[in-house]
Design a protein around this ligand. Structure first.
Ligand SMILES: *[C@@H]1O[C@H](CO)[C@@H](O)[C@H](O)[C@H]1NC(C)=O
Ligand SMILES: [Mg+2]
Length: 253
């Protein structure tokens, strides 16, 4: 038998559904879309949780869905949510009386910096990766900040974590990457680690694990790690907690 509470929730659910129906009757251009393509929503879920594994481009029918995801503020909202959970964890680590060996690792692209202006001009990840044009974009040094990551970065630093920036960008992009990070508001990192000659051809997951392992061997305790790719967060020498940021545009294995 249905309890009064469950009847009430059914009524509330009905009210929510019908108000969504009502909203749908109004012109869309002034509204942030409240519902979206359920199949693309499920596709995005599957790639974000890595159930899809490696994938090379957004399914054609989901390109405008991904565009909307960025344009309606959902991307910012998701990254704020992940950053606040990350901060909660950071606050739970006792670094106050520490030895300066508690570390936090940040990735660069789609983590500290956003390449959205580039991807906006290049089909939001619906086109195959073009190394030449992407490198040209990197060389401009104009990648904007991902605001939630800057806030997290500053707070984690203030808590006393040593910050390591570990990127798949190459050593020859060091100067422009450093300047771009500074222009975006970042400062005070312990080390910026880029791919050197010896890392060429390595999968990101191997390269990043090896670099984290070097930190562990130096005595650092990697407490947290923030990255938009599973290859930032898996492998070995893992952080105690890894935080996956959203990225439905591309996959790096
Ligand atoms: C990749 O980008 C370069 C530089 O913008 C361009 O000349 C080239 O045609 C692109 N390649 C493909 C396959 O689109
Ligand atoms: Mg990245």
């Amino acid at each position: 038998m249905a309890s009064p509470t469950s009847i009430l929730s059914l009524l509330l659910l009905a009210a929510v559904v019908s108000s969504a129906e009502v909203i749908r009757m109004y012109p869309r251009e002034h509204l942030v879309r409240l519902d979206s393509d359920p199949e693309c929503e499920s596709w995005k879920f599957s790639v974000e949780v890595n159930a899809a594994g490696s994938w090379s481009s957004i399914p054609r029918p989901c390109v405008s869905f991904v565009q909307d995801y960025f344009n309606t503020g959902r991307y910012l909202s998701d990254s704020i949510s992940v950053a606040s959970y990350s901060e909660n964890f950071a606050l739970s680590v006792n670094v106050a009386d520490g030895d300066g060996m508690d570390a936090w690792v940040f990735d660069v692209d789609e983590t500290l910096l956003s390449n959205l202006p580039y991807y906006k001009d290049n089909g939001f990840g619906s086109e195959p990766y073009n190394e030449t044009s992407f490198n040209e974009w990197v060389y401009k040094g104009l990648a904007p900040v991902l605001p939630a990551s800057l806030t997290l970065y500053k707070r984690v630093k203030k808590l006393g974590f040593k910050i390591f920036i570990l990127t798949g960008r190459a050593e020859f992009q060091r100067a422009v990457t450093e300047q771009n990070l500074i222009d975006a508001g970042y400062s005070g990192w312990e080390k910026l680690i880029l791919r050197g000659r010896e890392d060429e051809g390595k999968k990101a997951i191997v390269y990043k694990s090896e670099k984290r392992d070097e930190l562990v061997k130096q005595g650092y305790r990697i407490q947290g790690s923030s990255g938009d790719q599973w290859s930032d967060l898996m492998g070995f020498a893992l952080a105690k907690r890894s935080f996956k940021l959203p990225n439905p545009m591309y996959y790096v294995s």
